[in-house]
Design a protein around this ligand. Sequence first.
Ligand code: CU
Length: 138
Amino acid sequence: MARRVFIVLTMLLVVTAALSALAIAADEEKGPVTVLGLVDARQLRQFSNYVEIEIRNWAYNPDQVEVKPGTVVVWLQSDTEPHNVRLYPSENNPLENSVAGPLLRRGQRWAVVFNEPGVYEYLCDPHDFMYGVVRVVQ
Ligand SMILES: [Cu+2]
């Protein structure tokens, strides 16, 4: 009996150690942003902390937002013309490469978690006059 308890406890210890190693690895690989991709209304309700930007009349509304690190930013496409979001690197943010979402159809949402502080500018690939800024401030 005691031997069985010992084996179970040892297994628990191994599993716990493996899980914490995975969590640390995931944290290190996070990067400045985490793309969640297309999300539906049901997934949206599961985010405790999100900001929504509507794409309407060929513009991002609002075109400037300020959020804390860890916030989910969601773009909701309300135009009939397809639009997307391309975040691009600058001296004011830690991005190494630009991060672009797909062209969104009306009613689709695309979501990104901003992990690190910075000023993240973005535009729409087909319409580069469409411009917005996400300020991530601690
Ligand atoms: Cu556009």
